[in-house]
Design a protein around this ligand. Structure first.
Ligand SMILES: [Zn+2]
Length: 439
């Protein structure tokens, strides 16, 4: 099938296609089916049949508050559908870390894993299923689903987030009625989180140009057109969170499908994701209330795109001192509460000398192209910002004092050391351009 048809049909038609691509490769969608409808919980047995014979044992991981809310009960649906069930019920919201994974005691005869919850449960189950070489099905209850179908799980070890390769889920089930029943804020987070991936797209393109990373133009375009579709859906003039939330959730899944086609976590781990992680560490360490991931990513996407634009207007002949990794380690220990020995292993060695000069040369060479892309994306983000606020009950009033400039500059400047992916912030760090924000 041709890749450009990907966006022309609804998400429930997705399943198992192989796309011939203009980049010369073929991209494969391994997820066989998406059930996206009202009352989709009843479709769980159909999803399980795609990966295991009847009477197999399905192991379900779910959060208590969600298990209590679902009607009919998840274990009943699965057993009535002809499968045996074992469950692990998390009492509170599980944290996205390896400790939460280790709580899962999966019986030896389990043949399928099922994750019921938001993005965190999806990551935990994808990771555990990969460890045990079992197929998995995700029942996603959150409209923010860009990570659901990726072949990766984002989980922390000693509070530092890492991306682990996993198999993608065999099937995804989403109940649109649950989305409509959720608070409006979830719609805002799902919209903001998706639109914030403009930063990830920019980082992908710049990593290809500056750092010679694998890149596919048709997939870049496919991802961008999903974001545009969502922008048009939400910025249409009537800001009704309940009316648009199912559409936003569908756009999230479409984006997630494109992520799976790239074969990596590239499109979910741009600088917006790095900064959102930094903010979470900072707020946890200072016992401050942290908003949802999608909200944080969107707030940072706006800041970052302005920084990129600014960088690209003035790059060229300037000299700044190189970055100071020792100072960075001290600050990460102090503000994020991280263990210094742990950071020392993770912190990026500074790229200096010829390698850094070559990067700077390439930024100069592609400056026009990157600058116009940053301007385009900045316009989209400005349009999204207005709509984003309108999705809140208070028109976004609570967002105003949430991240102050000191928090923002600390997070942006330390973010490149929290994750392995190369972003434009990584370039800025190596060029010494983030150091001013630290002092
Ligand atoms: Zn391609």
């Amino acid at each position: 099938m041709e890749l450009r048809t990907l966006n022309t049909y609804g998400v429930t038609k997705y399943g198992g296609e192989v796309f011939k691509c203009g980049c010369g490769k073929t991209h494969e969608l391994h997820t066989k089916a998406i059930y996206f409808e009202s009352g989709a919980v009843s479709k769980l047995p159909d999803a399980l049949e795609l990966c295991a014979p009847p009477l197999s044992l399905a192991f379900v991981a779910v959060e208590k508050s969600i298990a209590d809310k679902l009607e009919p009960r998840i274990d009943k649906v699965i057993s009535r559908g002809g499968f045996r069930v074992a469950m692990h019920v998390y009492n509170g919201s599980p944290k996205p870390d390896l400790e939460s994974v280790s709580e899962l005691k999966v019986p030896e005869d389990a043949r399928i894993m099922v994750g019921v919850g938001g993005g965190v449960i999806a990551d935990i189950v994808k990771y555990k299923a990969q460890q045990l070489s079992l197929p998995c099905v995700i029942f996603s209850v959150s409209p923010y689903g860009v990570g659901v179908m990726t072949p990766s799980a984002m989980l922390s070890e000693n509070r530092i987030e890492q991306t682990f390769r996993t198999a993608p889920p065999v099937a995804v089930v989403c109940d649109t009625e649950l989305f409509r029943a959720g608070p409006n804020r979830l719609a805002a987070a799902a919209f903001g989180g998706l639109v914030s991936k403009l930063t990830a797209l920019f980082d992908w393109k710049s990593a290809a140009l500056i750092n010679s990373e694998y890149y596919c133009e048709p997939l870049f375009d496919a991802a961008l057109s999903v974001i545009d579709e969502c922008l048009n859906r939400v910025c249409g003039g009537v800001y009704d969170a309940r009316g648009v939330v199912a559409g936003i959730a569908e756009d999230n899944l479409k984006f997630s499908a494109v992520c799976q086609l790239t074969g990596s976590s590239r499109l979910t781990s741009g600088a917006e994701s790095q900064c959102a992680h930094a903010l979470k560490l900072l707020f946890e360490n200072e016992d401050r209330k942290c908003f949802l991931r999608g909200e944080n990513e969107f707030l940072f996407a706006r800041i970052i795109m302005k920084m990129y634009k600014n960088l690209l207007t003035k790059c060229g002949a300037f000299f700044v001192p190189p970055p100071d990794n020792n100072l960075r380690m001290e600050l990460m220990a102090e503000y994020f509460g991280l263990d210094e020995a742990g950071i020392a292993e993770k912190i990026r060695p500074i790229i200096a000398g010829r390698a850094q000069k070559l990067c700077a040369y390439k930024v100069g060479e592609y400056r026009g192209e990157l600058y116009s892309l940053a301007c385009d994306f900045d316009v989209r983000l400005a349009r999204a910002w207005k709509a984003f606020k309108r999705l809140y009950d208070d028109d976004g009033f609570a967002l105003i004092d949430y991240i102050d400039p000191t928090d923002a500059s600390l997070c942006v400047s330390l973010a490149p050391d929290l994750k392995e992916k190369y972003t434009m912030l990584t370039y800025m760090k190596n060029a010494g351009l983030l150091e001013d924000y630290l002092r």
